[in-house]
Design a protein around this ligand. Structure first.
Ligand code: DX5
Ligand code: ZN
Length: 224
């Protein structure tokens, strides 16, 4: 089933528990946590201690997006902290196959992420290994950026490839998704839709989440 996944990057960290409770009460089943190291991307965010605290206050499945160099070095700590699924960037992993297997061996679902400038052929050889593939629709590092339209073609191409191979991995999209483009994103073939600023920059995150989820699920009926 298509899922909208709130990204806490744009939440008010002083009221994080309350903001998570609001999207959970509105029907969210997953929560996206952006980990940035100031090297792989030009920004810093949170590490395992925050994941551990979040784990204590929610039953949502925790989707941890590692935008860091040497992600393998930190996988165990994030799983230990409570991550249910961990995605690593192809661009940060010279041994992507090994990194995905490491995440799985630690007991989490493993996602492969591609930056906007990286073609989908770069994950071709791990499509049957990855539990999901995340296509960035902005250059990673910051919330509230503009969706890069070229991503629609990438989603359609990956969705086609998935069908050709008879695989069923979810396609996740991250960056610049809002109430105006969420239906088109779903029609292109996305299953998991990350949304940060649209949800958490609003005075009522739960209501905006519910509206996005409604639009996303309506759009499934008219998928390409
Ligand atoms: C960007 C992050 C995103 C971010 C998306 O590097 O990976 O998860 O939270 O934020 P919006 O939805 O505001 O583009
Ligand atoms: Zn993210």
């Amino acid at each position: 089933m298509v899922q909208v996944i709130p990204s806490i990057l744009s939440a008010d960290f002083a009221r994080l528990g309350e903001q998570i409770a609001s999207v959970e009460a509105a029907g969210a089943s997953m929560l996206h946590i952006d980990v940035m190291d100031g090297h792989f991307v030009p920004n810093l965010t949170v590490g395992p201690p925050v994941v551990k605290s979040v784990r204590k206050v929610t039953r949502l499945s925790l989707d941890v997006h590692l935008m860091i160099t040497n992600p393998e070095d930190h996988v165990a700590a994030f799983v230990e902290a409570g991550a249910d699924q961990i995605s690593v960037h192809q661009e940060a992993c010279p041994h992507l196959d090994r990194a995905l297997r490491l995440v799985q061996s630690e007991g989490a679902l493993a996602g492969a992420v591609l930056n906007p400038s990286t073609p989908i052929t770069m994950v071709e050889e791990v499509l049957d290994l990855a539990d999901y593939v995340l296509l960035m629709s902005v250059n990673p590092g910051f919330g509230a950026q503009t969706f890069i339209p070229r991503t629609f073609d990438k989603v359609r191409a990956l969705s086609r490839r998935r069908r050709e191979l008879g695989l069923r991995f979810p396609i996740e999209i991250d960056g610049g998704v809002n109430l105006e483009n969420v239906a088109e994103v779903v029609r292109a073939g996305c299953d998991w839709i990350v949304a940060g600023s649209t949800i958490f920059h609003s005075p009522d995150p739960g209501a905006v989440f519910a509206e996005m989820q409604r639009l996303a699920r309506e759009a499934v009926a008219v998928r390409a």
